[in-house]
Write a protein that binds this ligand. Sequence first.
Ligand code: AHR
Length: 521
Amino acid sequence: MLRHVSLALCLGAASLPAIALAQQAAPEGATATIHADQPGPRMNRQVFGQFAEHLGHGIYGGIWVGETSKIPNDHGYRRDVLDALKAIKVPMVRWPGGCFADEYHWRDGIGTRAKRPVKINTNWGGVDEDNAFGTNEYMGFVERLGADSYVSANVGSASPGETAAWVEYMTSPSGSTLAKERAANGHPAPFKLDYLGIGNELWGCGGNMRAEYAADLTNRYAQFAKASGKTKMLKIASGPSDSNYEWTDTMMRLSGKNIDGLALHYYTRPHDTKWEDKGPALGFSENDWAATMAHTLQMDEFVTKHSAIMDKYDPAKKTWLVVDEWGTWYDPAPGSNPGFLVQQNSVRDAVVAGINLNIFAHHADRVKMAAIAQMVNVLQAMLLTDGARMVKTPTYWVFDLYKPWMDATVLPIDVKTPWYHKDAFALPAIHASAVRDTAGQVHVALVNLDPNRAVPVSVALTGLSATGVSGRVVTGPTMDAHNSFEQPDAVKPVAFTAAQVAGGTLTATVPAMSVVVLDLR
Ligand code: AHR
C-alpha cells in the first residue's frame, strides 16, 4: 500500500479532474520510506491475470494455430507463445470476451471441430468465427499454463438455462448427460472452473442495461449457475467502467450478496474526448506521453472510490474488485483491420504497466484479481505474432520484473517525489511499490514517468536490514522504443547497477522513462 500523505494535485488538462495523489513534492530527488514492520495485505497472484478474447488475432494465430499448422505447436497451441507465457507464470486467463462473450453460445464450440458452426464475429471486424477454439481448447490452454480459468458467460443473448448447462458441462463429475458429453469430447474429468463472469459490460455491448436491470439479471443468472462436485467457482458480476460510481452502488446494493466479485474496466487513452481519435501507438508527442501518464494515474482514483462504495456494503472486504480489463487503447496500427485492435507496444506501455501494477499493490486489500487487455496481438498485448514470428513486448518484460509481487505481502511505502511538468500537466515523477515475497525477500519497484530526467531516489528501510541490492530495468532510448519482428530485443530488461544499500538506506538513480525493480538481500 502507498501511504496517503494527502495532496490534491490539479492536472491542467481540461478533461482531467483533480487527482488526489499519495505523493508530496520534493525539489530535487525523491525520498521514500518502506515500513517493513507494518506489513499490509497479500497481493493475489491473480492480479497478474490476462484477458484473451475472440478478437482479431488474439486467439486465432496468436494462441491457437491448430494441430496441422507448420508453426510449431502443442496440440494446436503455439509453442513459442506457451513458453513465453509460462515464463511469466500467467496466473489466470479471462475468456471468451469481452463483448464477444455476450454473443457466444458455448455449444458452438464443442465436439468435432469440422462440424462446428461458422458464425460472424459481429463485434470485431465482422469476420468468420469457425469456433475451432472452444471450451475444451480454452481449458487445455489454461491447464498447460497452470493458470486459473475465468469464463465469461453470455447474459446479453443467452438464457440462464444455457449458462447453467455450460457450467454443468464444465464441472459435473457425475454421469449426467452433459458430463458424458464432455467425456466424449476428450475430458472425462471435470474442468477446473475458477471464476464465472456474469456477462460483460452489461451497461454497453452486453445489452445496454440500466444498473437495476443488470443487477436483477445478475441475481437470476447467479442463482442457476451452480458448479458441481468439488468446484469452488467464484461469480464475478459485470461492474462499472471508469467513474460510473452509481453502477457500483446499485450492483452492490442489489446483488452484493449473490456475487464474489465486481468487475471494473478502465482503459488508458492519450486522447479521451473522441473515441475515433485515441492517439497513435508510435511516433507520438511528449504531450501525448504526459496525457497517457495522467490518464493512467486515474486508475488510483477509480479504484479508491469504487472500493469506498464497496466498503459501505461489504466492510469486511469479502467481495473482490476485479479490474478485468485495463491497459492502453490507441488508434489501430496503420494498415490493420480497425476491428482487430492491433497496436504496437513501447516504453510508454512499460511505464503504464508499472504504474498500474503499483496501484493494484496499494489496493491489494480490495483488488484481488485483474486482467490486462489483452494477452496476444490485441491492445496492450504481452506478445505480438506475425505468422511464425513472435515478439515479447515491453509490457511483457514489466510483468516479468514484477513476478515477485505474486502472492507477496505488500509493504507500505511513503513517497515524496519531484514533479514532471509538460504543458498543462504536472505529474509525480516517481511511482513506487514494495513487497515481501513468499520466500521473505523484499522487492521495490520504482517507476520514473518523467521522459527527460533521471531521478535520484533515497529510500529509508524501516523494519528490515538489507546488506545488498541487485535489480533490473526496462527502458529505451526514445519514448516509443519498441520491439519489432525485425528487432525483437530492442527493449528488454537489463541489469540495473545504479543502486546501493548502506546504513538502512537504499539509494538509486532511476533513469528517465523506466521501470526499475530492485531485490534486497
Ligand atoms: O478489450 C476490448 C473490448 O473492450 C472488450 O471486448 C470490451 O469488454 C471492452 O469494451
